[in-house]
Design a protein. Structure first.
Length: 317
């Protein structure tokens, strides 16, 4: 099985694991892993079919372990079949394939991350230096090696794999710190949700430890903004806030509606995020918005009534 899998993986020796399209070799590896699962399933079905239905003296003397099965020959004799003996080498080969699959997925994730400047979050020269270091590690520990990566008994690959994953863990830590340092004060700003979505995309590759803290800070900020907007409206609604070139009544109504639209945008941004809308602050945000919208609409109607009354008075003369 191992020989046939190697032939399948290398197209009968024409290629190695590095000079093939990554999606192609990934699918081939998955085929080999599925083959191992299929053989194990067939083994268990055959074992269940050939096992004797009832206990006997001989079966009581030879109790199979979890890695062994008990089968019966045509002469009625019971024999112990070791699953580890049958699948041990193939399991070792599949463990090597799993490591290669993990490497391919890691390469895809980080190449995609660097090509987008970490989802548009890091644009300085430092991220380019980290990309060069990443490519250097790939060349030194993976693609530059001359041994057969499909030889599961070669321990040199296991050492290189462990060192490569250690380098990746260090890279994760560095990128996480760079993001935290660059966006520490972003979560109390109107742009917070936009950058939060980018960081959540990054966390699929680079874990961000303080993500829950960011949710809380954004929730507190938006709740405070809507409260501050209501207070500003109550304080200034009797004052003249007319944009340049606008008539008094129309300018006043435009000012009122602009404040409503601002809070509506806050509420919609909050509601568009699956996690934020589960926070307690979201309910407060909706309640405050609805209360403010009603106050603004009542005040707008009041202004229009005054305007209509002024027109009626003017026309009466």
């Amino acid at each position: 099985m191992i020989i046939r899998c190697k032939i399948h993986l290398t197209s009968n020796g024409k290629y190695n694991v590095w000079n093939q399209p990554r999606n192609s070799i990934r699918q081939t590896i998955i085929d080999c892993l599925d083959l191992n699962k299929a053989y194990k399933k067939a083994y268990k079905n055959s074992l269940a079919k050939n096992s004797r239905p009832g206990p006997s003296k001989s079966s009581a003397a030879a109790v199979p372990t979890p890695t062994q099965g008990l089968s019966t020959t045509s002469q009625g004799k019971e024999i112990c079949i070791s699953q580890s003996f049958i699948f041990g080498k193939f399991n070792g080969f599949c463990d090597r394939l799993m490591k290669l699959l993990n490497i391919f997925n890691t390469l895809d994730n980080y190449e995609r991350l660097f090509s987008t400047h970490v989802c548009g979050l890091l644009w300085d020269d430092t991220i380019e230096e980290k990309e060069k270091e990443f490519k250097m590690h790939v060349g030194q520990l993976l693609t530059g090696r001359t041994y057969n990566h499909l030889d599961y008994r070669n321990k040199e690959f296991d050492r290189d794999y462990a060192e490569f994953m250690e380098k990746i863990d260090g890279l994760k830590h560095i990128l996480s710190r760079m993001i935290e340092r660059s966006y520490h004060n972003t979560w109390e700003s109107p742009q917070a949700i936009k950058f939060l979505k980018r960081i959540e995309a990054v966390t699929k590759v680079v874990p961000i430890a303080t993500l829950d803290d960011k949710y809380e800070r954004i929730g507190v900020y938006f709740a405070s903004r809507i409260t501050a907007t209501r207070k500003a409206f109550q304080k200034n609604k009797e004052k003249d806030h007319v944009p340049l070139g606008m008539p008094p009544v129309g300018g006043k109504i435009m000012w009122i509606r602009s404040m409503v639209l601002q809070l509506e945008a806050f509420t919609k941004d909050f509601a568009s995020h699956d996690h934020l809308k589960l926070l307690p602050q979201y309910k407060l945000l909706v309640q405050e918005y609805n209360r403010f919208a009603m106050e603004a609409a009542s005040f707008e109607i009041q202004i229009l009534k005054y305007w209509v009354n002024d027109i009626d008075v003017s026309l009466s003369f």
